[in-house]
Design a protein around this ligand. Structure first.
Ligand code: 13P
Ligand code: SF4
Length: 303
């Protein structure tokens, strides 16, 4: 354990802070965190923590979701400028305009959205529960899913339900092409190809399994397979190797790196904890409306 790690743990104790890290964070940040997880697990944990301070190592929408769920806590984001380009592809005006055109729409927003977009939404979902969430929605309602076209197409594929969707995408997952996957599969014919639902449909066509980041970790732990080709951001390779050290994990494309997820290092974590800043807060009128959409998601039982 290095000095920074030890100092962070001491300050976290003094401040009664819980450190939550996304599965894409750099290894030393994952190691110093109280909990690592996918977006759904992090939201669930943020909703039920006893800590006074929630320090997020991830991107802004994750910290905002914690602020939406826990208004009595101080929520801080270790890297102030860590955003999500996909979340910024739609704003609340875009959603309002769509609803004005078709007032019967049921707006389903991926958690990778701003608090303002969540406030305009009927319900949220993550990559881990999007299919189950859609199965709970009244079949008479027309769903408009934001912002990820790839997640929407994946849900349509799984549920057979037609829906409208926004034309957003994750720049990191969009990078992975079917040709690239075919090459890696040819080089590793014994590898199980696991894709994240943010990947393009033609990549999903080639997948042996499709999972959220934590779903991939669970699969690696439980599966009899020894080799996996991983179709998501390369930060996941670290928790995968920790969960199943005897197995081999090959990145489908080593260039799948989310710059925003890499803005957090141990110095940023310590600095944020010592200053209790930058605080992420959501205006109360937006928070209350956004919370309804997040709460409806959290009420859906996990499979
Ligand atoms: P999950 O960890 O929820 O699968 O999400 C991936 C992601 O892109 C988060 O930014
Ligand atoms: Fe956003 Fe994609 Fe980065 Fe996740 S990996 S934070 S969806 S840009």
């Amino acid at each position: 354990m290095n000095d920074l790690h030890a100092r962070i743990r001491t300050v976290a104790r003094e401040r009664n802070a819980v450190i939550l890290a996304h599965n894409y964070q750099v290894p030393e940040v994952q190691d110093v965190a109280d909990m690592c997880g996918d977006s759904l697990e992090l939201s669930m944990r943020a909703a039920r923590t006893e800590a006074d301070v929630i320090l997020f190592c991830g991107v802004r929408f994750m910290a905002e979701t914690a602020a939406i769920l826990s208004p009595d806590k101080t929520v801080i984001l270790a890297a102030e400028k860590a955003g999500c380009p996909m979340a910024d592809m739609i704003n609340e005006e875009d959603v309002r305009r769509r609803k004005a055109e078709r007032p019967d729409l049921f707006v389903l927003s991926y958690v990778n959205t701003t608090a303002e977009v969540k406030a305009e939404s009927d319900m949220c979902c993550t990559s881990a529960n999007a299919v189950q969430v859609v199965r709970t929605i009244d079949p008479e309602r027309r769903i408009f899913m934001t912002p990820d076209r790839n997640l929407a197409r994946y849900v349509i594929r799984c549920t057979g339900r037609e829906m409208d969707y926004w034309d957003g995408y994750c720049v990191v997952h969009q990078r992975l092409t079917a040709d690239r996957v075919k090459q890696v599969k040819a080089a590793h014919p014994d590898g199980l190809f696991v894709a994240h639902p943010e990947c393009r449909p033609e990549v999903i066509d080639l997948a042996d399994a499709v999972h959220s980041t934590s779903g991939m970790i669970a699969l690696a732990r439980e599966s009899d397979h020894k080799k996996f080709i991983i179709g998501t951001e390369t930060g996941l390779l670290y928790p995968l190797s920790k969960a199943a050290p005897d197995k081999e994990f090959i990145p489908a494309d080593p260039g799948m790196v989310c710059k925003n997820m890499k803005k957090t290092g141990l110095p940023q974590v310590l600095n944020a904890l010592e200053r209790t800043a930058p605080v992420v807060s959501v205006p109360e009128d937006i928070r209350v409306r956004a919370k309804q959409a997040v709460d409806r998601m959290l009420a859906v039982p996990r499979e």
